[in-house]
Design a binder for this molecule. Structure first.
Ligand SMILES: Cc1cc2nc3c(=O)[nH]c(=O)nc-3n(C[C@H](O)[C@H](O)[C@H](O)COP(=O)(O)OP(=O)(O)OC[C@H]3O[C@@H](n4cnc5c(N)ncnc54)[C@H](O)[C@@H]3O)c2cc1C
Length: 822
């Protein structure tokens, strides 16, 4: 029997080796157009980043060693250029450009997928690469070895794009990721992806989401990357990673059937529409076991498994069937591990499959054991019978085994009740007695049984204050560090005594940090007559992640470095009386902050404490806590999923700010609440802000309700809005040029006159004053709650505006001696 195989990597090489094991007499010819076979394409990004130090480690076999071991005629640098099924032959071209014919009894196609490279202007410029094989890898490696890559742009935020971003960052480049979708890693749902956004920002990676690249231009030694939105980025190197397409050219030309998803159609024996021609790997489409729809699944595990199955069918006849893959994947994104299996919300919605979700935050190990790390699990399931439809996990350690357990259940069409029944090996160094996936199952069970009615973060964003009451049941200290805009605080332990403060005619949305205390509070409320109470799924942690605003210019990574540089110990070393170390790893918010507070309460002035936590929001919370309490944050840093701060206990009179020279107790900052959008009042606001900024004071302007109209962009991008948002847009001034005077506006004549007179007298316009304020370092904060109420989205506001809540304003007001409401 003569077997011919096209493609010598994952599917092709696996099949060749298996055919030989099954039939010692068979003739096997393996065609590969590249130089290498059976190499580790999944390791290529790590070789570029220097994590895998030797190129040779990428190769499991050389063509020669593989050929000898398995008695296979390996023909590299040889491309199959046509199939002739009618006479059972293929045409191929060798490295000398000679064309020959080879016959076969059985033919296997494993040609993989090819990277998408749209015909954009300048796409062939030097410095732009795709990454698919060893030749691409060598080209990128050569470029990074011979050029200084200060700034790298990665286009496309799939797992290969993110792996490249991490590895280029590892090489020392400043990295920007550009992605057309509003999130990275489309197999996972938005709030889970948002945790990745936050982590990338913390690592100093710039993220440009919902941005489409339109072209490139070489400028000097670098490139300019242009976006549809009008923005552009400078780059020394560009990695194009916007997806792949199945290699179907040969198959189509030979009239082999392709399917609705665009891949080569195969039956359950992995045979194509033509007898004795088989296909595997990235090139094929196959029915998804859960949806029944054909789909493309570009992953190594299915390609290897299909290679083994197909080999048996080619040797022994069609006996072994392939069951299909549900898309189980995992990726390392800096310190995070991100994994997914099954179907995400987008696909469930697209296929009109009813589902419910649960999001749970747990620890990888027993919380008391060193090294316990947080883990977030989201599962999507059938609302009637609990059938598991999809699962995603974002965490640090132990993510892999959890996703594999869920994938195993899901592949066998099991439900959330089976999650609960899973028996896992437990000792503190490995897990916790209540495993994160069991907790996910319990919570899902509570949701299905209506024991815990839930609301999701996006519904809270849309909630209308007239019918919804947001109830934060965390402690007062946690509430003081920030809450969901508009939320009222009754700590869980006080709830039974303060029920009279809760309205009876509204939907009560209860929330806590992660959902557990919210659930306890919900039980109290439901049993005490508040029948419309619901718990926020995933708590504030999920809400915060989902509403996280990307901070490209205010990178925590950079701030961390700056903080370290400005450490007073470095500038003027000072003996520290006592230095304590506190391990708050494994504790969920507010655990680390409370532990830190308790330790500091027991310290003497001038003593220091170093606190290490695994909660991703810890450094931000510690900073806010210090600002409020007057204690001093000395350093903050993050590494391998651990967040460390050093705090010095200080009496207020001795407290200095981060620059080490401003006594904070002599508050000198100024804050302005800009509530009105009257032109005259807006002018007064910016004049005052500029005046205050000129004296060197920190000035913060908090724009709320109508005041938001003064900081809208003139050329706004189009944004999707609900009906109320659209109505507000029609009724409100679209930007500062449309503002009216508070008196004598006379259908707009008054404001025109005012602008005319100001111009004549050489007084700066509102827009110029506003620009000066930005240049003078005045901080603009837009009120999140007002934005939600008035349907204003982030994209409509000036780029320099930060979004914040009341806590953000209060923090500035604490440090100020003048607070104005205009
Ligand atoms: C950078 C990178 C990282 C990845 N990381 C992961 C990961 O972490 N996890 C994971 O599950 N998957 C990962 N993958 C995907 C995984 O490698 C693929 O799913 C898998 O290799 C597909 O196997 P295949 O046999 O279909 O195609 P490939 O392994 O791509 O092999 C196809 C081969 O066919 C050759 N070929 C094509 N046409 C012809 C022709 N006409 N004549 C001769 N030869 C031809 C090509 O040159 C190619 O070498 C990664 C892929 C890349 C590129």
């Amino acid at each position: 029997m003569k077997h011919v195989i096209v493609g010598g990597v994952a599917g092709g090489a696996t099949a060749a080796a298996r055919i030989r094991r099954a039939d010692e007499q068979a003739e096997i010819i393996l065609f590969e157009r590249g130089n290498d076979i059976s190499y580790a394409n999944c390791g290529l990004p790590y070789y570029i980043g220097g994590v895998i130090d030797e190129r040779d480690k990428l190769f499991l076999q050389t063509p020669e060693s593989f050929g000898k071991r398995f008695n296979v005629d390996v023909r590299v640098r040889t491309e199959v250029i046509a199939l002739h099924p009618e006479r059972k032959e293929v045409s191929y071209r060798n490295a000398k450009n000679e064309v020959f014919i080879e016959s076969y009894d059985k033919l296997l196609l494993s040609p993989g997928a090819s990277p998408v490279k749209p015909a954009l202007k300048g796409i062939e410029s030097e410095g732009i690469f795709t990454l698919r094989n060893v030749a691409d890898t060598d080209a990128i490696k050569k470029f990074t070895n011979t050029h200084k890559v200060n700034h790298a742009v990665v286009i496309g935020a799939g797992f290969i794009g993110l792996e490249m971003a991490e590895n280029l960052h590892h090489l020392g480049s400043e990295v920007s990721i550009v992605e057309m979708a509003p999130q990275v890693m489309t197999p996972i749902d938005f709030p889970m992806a948002a945790m990745v956004h936050q982590h990338l920002n913390q690592k100093g990676v710039n993220l440009y989401l919902s941005e489409t690249v339109t072209g490139f231009e070489r400028k000097g030694n670098g490139l300019e990357v242009f976006f549809k939105s009008g923005k552009s980025l400078q780059a020394d190197l560009v990695i194009l990673s916007i997806g792949v397409r199945p290699e179907t050219t040969l198959a189509k030309a030979a009239a082999i059937k392709t399917g609705e998803a665009g891949g080569i159609w195969v039956d359950e024996y992995l045979q194509t529409s033509v007898k004795d021609i088989y296909a595997v790997g990235d090139a094929i489409e196959f029915k998804h076991p859960l949806t029944g729809q054909s789909w493309l699944n570009y992953l190594a595990v299915p390609a290897n498994r299909q290679g083994r199955i197909v080999a048996d069918n080619m040797v022994f006849g069609n006996k072994t069937t392939y069951e299909g893959a549900i898309g189980t994947s995992i990726a390392k994104v800096f310190d995070l591990t991100v994994a997914a299996t099954g179907i995400n919300e987008t696909l469930l919605n697209r296929q009109s499959i009813a589902f419910k979700s649960s999001t749970t935050h747990s620890g990888s190990n027993a919380g008391y054991y060193p090294g316990a790390m947080p883990m977030t699990i989201k599962i999507n399931f059938d609302p009637e019978n609990g059938l598991l439809l999809g699962a995603q996990i974002v965490g640090y350690t132990g993510v892999d085994k959890r996703i594999d357990q869920i994938a195993l259940l899901m592949k066998h069409k099991k439900s959330i009740y089976d999650l609960i029944q899973l028996e896992h090996a437990y000792a503190p160094p490995f897990a916790s007695a209540k495993d994160p996936i069991a907790i996910a199952g319990y919570v899902a069970q509570n949701i299905i049984s209506a024991k815990m009615p839930v609301i999701y973060w996006q519904d809270v964003l849309k909630a209308d204050a007239t019918s919804v009451f947001l109830l934060d049941v965390r402690t007062e200290e946690e509430y003081g560090l920030g809450t969901i805009p508009g939320a009222f605080n009754i700590p869980l332990d006080d709830l039974r005594d303060r029920l009279s403060e809760i309205p009876t005619d509204k939907t009560i949305v209860v929330f806590c940090a992660i959902g557990l205390r919210g659930y306890l509070a919900l039980n109290i409320l439901l049993q005490r007559g508040f029948s419309k109470a619901v718990n926020l799924s995933g708590g504030k942690k999920t809400y915060d992640a989902a509403t996280y605003i990307i901070e490209n210019n205010l990178l925590l990574g950079t701030q961390e470095k700056r903080t370290q540089e400005l450490d007073l110990d470095i500038q003027s070393p000072k003996p520290v009386k006592k230095f304590l170390k506190v391990d708050a790893c494994g504790l969920q918010c507010p655990g680390p902050i409370l532990k830190m507070k308790k330790t500091i309460d027991d310290l003497q002035d001038g003593d220091r404490v170093e606190v290490v936590a695994t909660d991703a929001g810890f450094t931000r919370d510690a900073q806010a806590w210090c600002n409020i309490t007057g204690n001093r944050l000395i350093t903050k840093a993050s590494e391998a999923g651990k967040y460390t701060v050093v705090i010095e206990k200080a009496i207020k009179e001795q407290v200095v700010d981060i620059h080490g020279n401003q006594p904070l107790n002599v508050a000198k900052g100024k804050t302005l609440i800009v509530f009105s959008d009257d032109l005259d009042k807006a002018l007064a606001s910016f004049v005052l802000a500029n005046g205050a900024a000129a004296t060197g004071q920190k000035v913060s302007m908090f724009f709320t309700f109508w005041g938001l109209n003064t900081i809208k962009k003139a050329n706004k991008p189009t944004v999707q809005k609900d009906i109320f948002g659209k109505m507000f847009s029609w009724m409100l001034p679209s930007d500062s040029k449309k503002l009216s005077l508070s008196k004598m506006n006379m259908l707009g004549m008054g404001s025109l006159m005012m602008r005319f007179i100001m111009k004549k007298r050489g007084i700066d316009s509102l827009e110029l004053l506003r620009q000066q304020a930005i240049e003078n370092g005045v901080e603009f904060i837009a009120c999140q709650m007002s934005m939600d109420v008035m349907g204003v989205s982030r994209e409509e506001l000036l780029d320099n505006v930060n979004i914040g809540g009341v806590a953000a304003y209060m923090e500035r007001a604490e440090e100020s001696n003048v607070n104005l409401f205009i």
